[in-house]
Design a protein. Sequence first.
Length: 740
Amino acid sequence: MARRLFTSALAAALIFSFAVLASAQERKKVGVAFGGGSAKGIAHIGVIRWFEEHRIPIDVAAGTSMGGLIGGCFATGMSAAELDQLISTMDWDELFGSSDFAFKNIRRKTDARAYPSRLEFGVRNGKFSPPTSLNTGEQVDLMLARITGQYFSLASFDELPTPFRAVSVDLLSATQVVMDRGSLAAAMRATMSLPLIFPPVEREGKILVDGGAMNNVPADVARGMGADVVIGVNVGDLTNPTEISQSMFGLAGGTLGAMMRASTREGLAAADIVLNVPLVEQGFGSLAWRRSKELIEEGYKAAEAIKDKLLPYAVSEAEFQQWLDHRRRTRRTAMPAPSSVRFEGISGADAQRMTAVLQKHIGRPLDVASLEFDLTELQGLDRYEVVAWRFSRRDDGEVALVIRGRENPHAPPFLMLGLNLQNTTSDSFGVSVSARFLSFDVPFSGSELRLDGTVGSNPAIGAEWYQPLGRAPLFIAPFAGVGKSAYNLVEEDAVVARYDEAYLKAGLNVGVNLGAFSDVRLGAYIGRLDAEVAVGDPGLPAVEGKETAAELTWRLNTQDSPVIPSRGLAARVRTHYIFDGPQIEPPLESLRSSVELLQLETNGSLFHRVRADDRVFFTWGFGTSFDKNPLVLQQFQLGQPFRLGAYDVGQLSGDHYYVGTFGYLRHLARLPDFLGGPVFVGGWLENGDAFNDWKDAGFKSQAGVGAVADTLIGAVLVGGTAGFDGRWGWYISIGRFFAW
């Protein structure tokens, strides 16, 4: 009896298996070709969501450009909901903006604040050259590593939960490259390497860029993967323009547009079903990154519009569940535990330092967030165009964590240029042009040499040499400089005198890096200070002679922009002690002296994003000379934007001061990505005073309004401030104006 039951059960199981097999053989294999289109490619997520809801399996996928990014993420096992979550939580300013300020170390952030222009140049081999692209692609590389890191040991992309191909173009051979094996992250990064925007990817002797120029909708590639039915998804515009601008840039753009349309039409011709997402008609441009929800919805609606063509490929609930189960079984979610760290393209001193930093990641499953934080110390140097990570299988079978760096092809040395324009009085401006030359490994590995020069208002020349000390976060930094500056004495809203101050100094700092975003420096210098009255009669004599002093400075910067941050804190605390100051000429008794002068000053700013893209901010400043009465040149000054701006510079000064400003910036518009950033209008309330005696401390309140823009040349501010005492002033500012 038992034997007959077993035989019957076996027969039933075989019949069911043959039925399932026959059903699978009858079902046509569906392939989807995801087309390129920059931000418009986000619409692919809506198409995937429609397929999921209507039980249409995607058996193979191929993608180009943004279609390669979405298609590759889908191929790793991500669902439409997960893709939606990924896209909606992306910081597009970090990924596709031109600024990587948030990841710079404290020295590079100081450089960027002093020179906030978005234009960075190199001086390699004696040649002045711009960067290869407006964005290094580093944050994209890190994002792709997070998504694909688990798939480091694939024999081919056919082993993914959904087999996948990415299409790129090799600039050397002028041929299409279909990537089906190797690093999945590198393949996805290569297919979206749009020239001018991202640097190319060098792989196996090829220089790979965005594949859209040759195969923007790779339906033929999906067909070659064994698909019986190929659905080509187009998110680009196929309509021919009625006219082309005859300007240089108009013709260049028209040429690229014509190539893309031709490539898209040729790709779609190989598809069995064409799914057009009409995004241009809905007003979506190639840079509409921040409209992801709308783009996804448009993709969903486009699939719904041709459901009669798509629904014949829907399967039963059981068959669709089998397809989902296969994707779940083959999906990898756990990160391996590396047994060693290996460096590629990283200089000796940097590798030595990072070996100590990264030891905590050995022998345990990789904590990606912690690793990315640790890599900011290396990324923040700016000597590498990209710092990325991946896993590699060693010959003994163990897993190595590979840290790869690619040096900037155009630098170092770097050349930074800055323009600064500030109101000095209500009807005059100070204008200066500055440059900083920054070189590495001069003469030792890991060292940094800075040379500065400024012409115009407050001309100066300076130099600093930074040298780390082995694996420890310690450093030394000797420096020297000479310059000239003007110091106005203002009474009754008029400049009554102006000191011309000339200085010469040389000294040494020793310090410690407190992580990537903070450091402490203790230094001393010796120099000479000469100041004489250039205009007017302030009733004080000229001063001249040597000056010896010591300084202790702590700096912290966790902000994400040198211009208008959306988050983070920038702060500085500085203690300055002058042992010996210049003599007063002619000799006379004076109640004021800078000899044995101890001063303490702190300033900074705190930003926070609210609503969609608005900002609230607080800036502060505080300084004291303790019980000393320093020379006028060492007094603290107010009278700048966000620092009681209704006063002219120097109109409010004293031995002590305090100021605090709270404001709100409303997002008004945005300059095109890669060319600029947000534009804000806002208002702020300023409170503070400068005074010689604490008993005279007052509470001066002023209100300001203005517009602030993040441009290629840095921050541009147009605004005005009015005091409750009837005082008012307006200002135009280019450069840095938020505290520290």
